[in-house]
Design a protein around this ligand. Structure first.
Ligand code: SF4
Length: 403
């Protein structure tokens, strides 16, 4: 495990230099120097056309490969029906393989949630499948409008890094430190592997993506956005069905604001003011709440889009009525189209916080609602399999402590 100093050094260096991985590097991310393990999965359409051009093949072959990877969800070249065997042999000869991340282990919760350890080149990363939505804000509003409750739908929670350098004090992932960034293929591959497992038909089943798993997406910005583009353009999931959560990485938010197509944004606020936030989220020392809100204001919100403030409630630390009063002031001053998601903290081994009582969560929500702030309480999912928010630590146990 990294020391706090190493974590903060890693955070600083990621922020200052940006962990950039190009499409070419994506293809060879797991390549130990030879061409033996170059992954096609994770390369976009233009990149695949270029791969086939290098083999002397026409652009339509690249397009066929794109459809096979992202629409038909093949996991090996043998499954590709549109390419002749001679061409598949040529690809293998040049060192290419599909290279899609693979579900190594699955844990199933009593509430239907599934948590996966997904193999990304010898290491594992966590992905969570939540059927019928997670009961959070992303669903409530739309459900009410469309009468969609009861439709088959699911949310997939996706990781962007192995471990995390941000060191939020309530989070089990933080205990791992940052191990490495995931490539675009490893991020998009979690989604496709899970869609495949559940035989999801995207034209019939509604799937939402939340980039709220392990890691800070905006400290792996280029790979995260490359994955988003593959998921939008090739897999066929609309950007409005995706939400990315950041701990408040200001340079990332400023870049995100410039994207022509992007997911919705959630800010992991988790505290009523800067002094509490510094204690709970050391990243606040680098970018305080005002700096984060200034960055969010540069986003051109579309239509009825809102920013979500995620608020993890820690018993006695952030769940009191006076904290609610501060949050009300903060949201009003922010002057943004916003809503609040309250999340009762999920306990984890080695973390000294306490869960809030159900009464304090509801009282908090009531105060915000009375102040005219759209506020939801996120229903915890998969606590018994360590799948709930802040619990992702690659544990291979199937039972979490009782909440
Ligand atoms: S809450 Fe998110 S940003 Fe904070 S340490 Fe955990 S994974 Fe990283």
């Amino acid at each position: 495990m990294k020391t706090a100093q190493q974590q903060s050094d890693a955070l600083k260096s990621d922020v200052l230099t940006g962990p950039l991985v190009s499409v070419g590097e994506i293809a060879s991310a797991r390549d130990s120097g030879s061409q033996a393990t170059r992954a096609l999965f994770g390369i976009d359409r233009a990149g695949l056309i270029a791969v086939f051009a290098e083999l002397g093949e026409k652009p339509y072959r690249g397009r066929q490969m794109t459809d096979a990877l992202y629409k038909q969800r093949v996991s090996s070249l043998d499954e590709v029906t549109t390419l002749p065997q001679t061409l598949k042999d040529k690809l293998v000869g040049a060192g290419w393989h599909v290279g899609r991340p693979r579900i190594a282990q699955a844990f199933k919760s009593v509430d239907g949630t599934e948590r996966y350890l997904i193999d990304v080149g010898g290491q594992t990363v966590e992905t969570v499948w939540m059927p019928e939505g997670d009961g959070g804000a992303e669903f409530s509003e739309e459900d009410a409008e469309s009468g969609a409750r009861g439709w088959k739908r699911a949310t997939i929670c996706v990781s962007s890094q192995i471990g995390c350098a941000v060191n939020c004090q309530f989070c089990l992932t933080a205990k791992l430190g940052l191990q490495r960034n995931l490539t675009a293929g490893e991020i998009a591959g979690q989604v496709v592997a899970v869609l495949d497992r559940h035989a999801v038909e995207l034209n019939r089943n509604r799937v939402n993506l939340v980039f709220m798993g392990m890691g800070e997406p905006f400290l792996n910005y280029d790979n995260f956005m490359a994955a988003v583009r593959i998921l939008m353009d090739e897999v066929g999931i609309a950007a409005q069905r995706m939400t990315v959560s950041t701990s408040g990485i200001v340079p990332g938010i400023l870049r995100f604001a410039q994207e022509p197509a992007r997911p919705k944004l959630a800010i992991s606020l988790n505290a009523p003011n800067d002094s509490v936030r510094e204690a709970v989220m050391p990243v606040n020392r680098k970018w305080n709440i005002a700096a984060v809100l200034d960055a969010v204001r540069t986003i051109p919100f579309k239509g009825r889009e809102k920013v979500t403030f995620e608020y993890v409630m820690l018993g006695g630390v952030t769940d009191r009525p006076e904290h609610a009063a501060d949050v009300i002031k903060l949201v009003r001053r922010a002057n943004l189209p916003a809503m609040v998601n309250l999340i009762a903290w999920n306990p984890g081994p080695g973390i000294a916080y306490e869960s809030p009582t159900a009464e304090s969560v509801l009282a908090f929500q009531k105060l915000l609602l009375a102040a005219g702030i759209q506020t939801y309480v996120r229903r915890p999912r998969g606590r018994d399999i360590y799948a709930a928010c802040g619990q992702l630590k690659r544990t291979t146990e199937n039972a979490a402590p009782a909440a």
